[in-house]
Design a protein around this ligand. Sequence first.
Ligand SMILES: C[S@@+](CC[C@H](N)C(=O)[O-])C[C@H]1O[C@@H](n2cnc3c(N)ncnc32)[C@H](O)[C@@H]1O
Length: 296
Amino acid sequence: MLRVIRKAAKTILPKSTVYRLKRQSAQNRFEKYTQQKLDMNFKLVEPGAIPPQELIAKTAALNEAELEKQSQADVYLETGYYSVLRLFKILEHFSINLRTIGSVFEFGCGTARLLRYFRHLDGVKLVGSDVNPEMIEWCLNNIPDVEFYHNQLTPPLSFAEDNSFDLILASSVFTHIPLDTQEVWLKEMQRILKPGGIFICSVLGQNHASLILGEREKAELNKTGSYTLTSDDSQATFSTKVGGSAWDVFQTRSEVITHRSLIFKLSSVINEVKGSLYKACSRLKGKCRTILAIAC
Ligand SMILES: C[S@@+](CC[C@H](N)C(=O)[O-])C[C@H]1O[C@@H](n2cnc3c(N)ncnc32)[C@H](O)[C@@H]1O
């Protein structure tokens, strides 16, 4: 019944109203969950500034139509609330208590679409870095209470000492790093992660492959375990074509397991997890395959 009402409302109401209602609902759900988990350690913060469209274009658009939608302030904020709540639930699923996290690093943070919401965790050290200096400059000018650094295309991360972070996120970042460079970055993530720390990294899996690749490319992906598009390829994502990255990198589940397991103790390829967590992932329409790895 609720679904029917929602569907009807979507067709009657102006798009801007629908986006606002969805953002409010995502924000309420996020704040309620996080406050309940953190109790005294929860801090109420404003979501913060919305980046200009040219930066959103470089981080969040499969195509031009999507860019139009992603550039709406309420949509930009809602996707962040939704994704960070999903991350928190993934951590809970693996019995990680949010209150025990003292430091978080987001590799390839872009415009801090996700990292900004970790400011609700009172007293936690927050650090973001990105290879694109425009992103970092914007973050430094607009997102308080977080340290931001520009990093080079290959390691090391000069600002980070060994064993610095409890949690590292790389959301839609290894999706733009060719496999040989992924390997050196994985080792760098392991270096800066505390023993027992958690590294959550998304990769472009079969869902994106079916959205973007043709039959020939998909066959190659399944045969070799990976497929890389460059920014000149007609099939490349809009963000990659406009200079957000030079590559879109697709990987199969078995390639991820083999590759990651060499460096980390791989805990799970999350799309494979059954039950409520699986539902939480599939509600994102399963756009990417998320893995969780534990440093050994
Ligand atoms: C699709 S965006 C995702 C941004 C952010 N993680 C989010 O979820 O909104 C990919 C980001 O990864 C960054 N990136 C790509 N390769 C990188 C590298 N080698 N080091 C750091 N950042 C990188 C890009 O500049 C871009 O900001």
